[in-house]
Design a protein around this ligand. Structure first.
Ligand code: SMG
Ligand code: MG
Length: 374
């Protein structure tokens, strides 16, 4: 494909309820979407960078800038972009000389992949090698002021049919909320926790108290660079340790597994530089016998559809954070938002990433548009 134009579009979307994690509270999203125009048609990507660099070093203004000043020009300069042969698989190698910025790179690859698959008439699920049409849906539940409010929220999600509950934790909001939720939902309902790096090695003994609640896993309790600390926790606790923020590529995944720092991996395409690197992590984890699941970054229908396709690969043996669009948004930017039925999401099968845009709504929430040409 020959690349012709790139549109950077910012949209504003309110969340249905504030989402509080150990690193902050979000009430509304500021999202960067990319629309690539090629000689074979258009494709869209969603950048999962958040407004502030609090989950990771990336943030939405920074992602827009690096795309505009470095990534898009490099892609246009790639030998293959001038003829008919540029494919999505060439995006990551072309951008590899730039350090970091995985979320920005992933958004660009995603847009090119969408254009390519639409032109080929192939769905992302088929392209990635998905083997399922339905995937189990888990929900991520934030931190609240009181356990009563938490229990009310969890009861609502259980009634909605979610097959797995994930609780956000932080120091001062861990053992007791988890105990209360475990009592509410019973021993058999899959339950896990996510600390988003809020603890330190000094908390290992404290975190081992979570072993009494039969959790599926504890996600990223320590700092993203603290691989040794995670290995120490994994050795001390019965609850499997799962890394999220620490895993930035297939090679960091393999290292963390070999060092005993992670027993399960949360795969987020944005965090690792794209859906193709995400598939590589899946493949290597299957080889090494490590279960994986698909994380979420509060995506709109674009990223949510693509994540559902990824999560349909055979190694995704645990429910992902792929909830119904209404978990976060009153109205989505796609015509057919992700819904759950009996706790499951249908894997999209239409060509491309698996969605069609609701252009009228999208235009109504657009806050800025920048057009870059070839
Ligand atoms: O999309 O369902 C979702 C959100 C899931 O909790 C979720 N994601 O660390 O796993 C994580 C968090 C990061 C989200 S805040 C940027
Ligand atoms: Mg996480």
């Amino acid at each position: 494909m020959r690349l012709e134009r790139l549109e950077l579009r910012r949209i504003a979307l309110d969340l249905v309820t504030p989402f509080r994690t150990s690193f902050g509270v979000e009430t509304a999203r500021d999202i960067l979407l990319l629309k690539v125009t090629t000689d074979a048609g258009v494709g869209w990507g969603e950048c999962v960078a958040q407004h502030e660099p609090a989950y990771s070093p990336e943030f939405v203004d920074g992602a827009a800038l690096v795309i505009e000043q470095h990534l898009w020009p490099a892609l246009l300069g790639a030998p293959a972009s001038g003829d008919a042969t540029l494919t999505a698989a060439q995006v990551a190698p072309t951008l590899q000389r730039f350090k970091g910025h995985q979320m920005a790179k992933a958004a660009l690859e995603m847009a090119v992949l969408d254009a390519q698959l639409r032109a080929e008439g192939v769905s992302l699920a088929e392209h990635l090698g998905a083997t399922r049409e339905l995937i189990p849906s888990g929900v991520s539940v934030g931190i609240f002021d009181t356990i009563d409010v938490l229990l009310e929220q969890v009861a609502g999600y259980v009634a909605d049919g979610y097959v797995r509950i994930k609780l956000k934790i932080e120091p001062g909001w861990d053992i007791e909320p988890v105990r209360a939720v475990r009592e509410l939902i019973g021993r058999d309902k899959p339950l896990q926790v996510d600390a988003n790096t809020a603890y330190s090695r000094a908390d290992i003994e404290h975190l081992c108290q979570l072993d009494q609640f039969d959790l599926l896993l504890i996600e990223q309790p320590l700092a993203e660079e603290d691989v040794l600390g995670h290995a120490q926790l994994a050795a001390a606790s019965a609850t499997p340790v799962c890394l999220d923020e620490s895993i930035l590529s297939a090679s960091t995944a393999v290292d963390a597994i070999e060092l005993g720092a992670t027993e399960v991996i949360n795969i987020k395409p944005g965090r690792v530089g794209g859906y193709l690197e995400a598939r590589s992590i899946h493949d290597v984890c299957v080889e090494l016998g490590i279960p994986v699941w698909c994380g979420g970054m509060i995506e709109t229908g674009i990223g949510r559809a693509a994540n559902a396709a990824l999560a349909a690969l055979p190694g995704f043996t645990l429910p992902g954070d792929i909830s119904a669009s209404t978990r976060f948004y009153r109205r989505d930017i796609v015509t057919d938002p992700i819904t759950i039925t009996d706790g499951h999401v249908s894997v999209p099968s239409i060509p491309g990433l698996g969605y069609e845009l609701d252009h009228e709504f999208l235009d109504s929430i657009t806050t800025s548009t920048t057009e870059l040409t070839g």
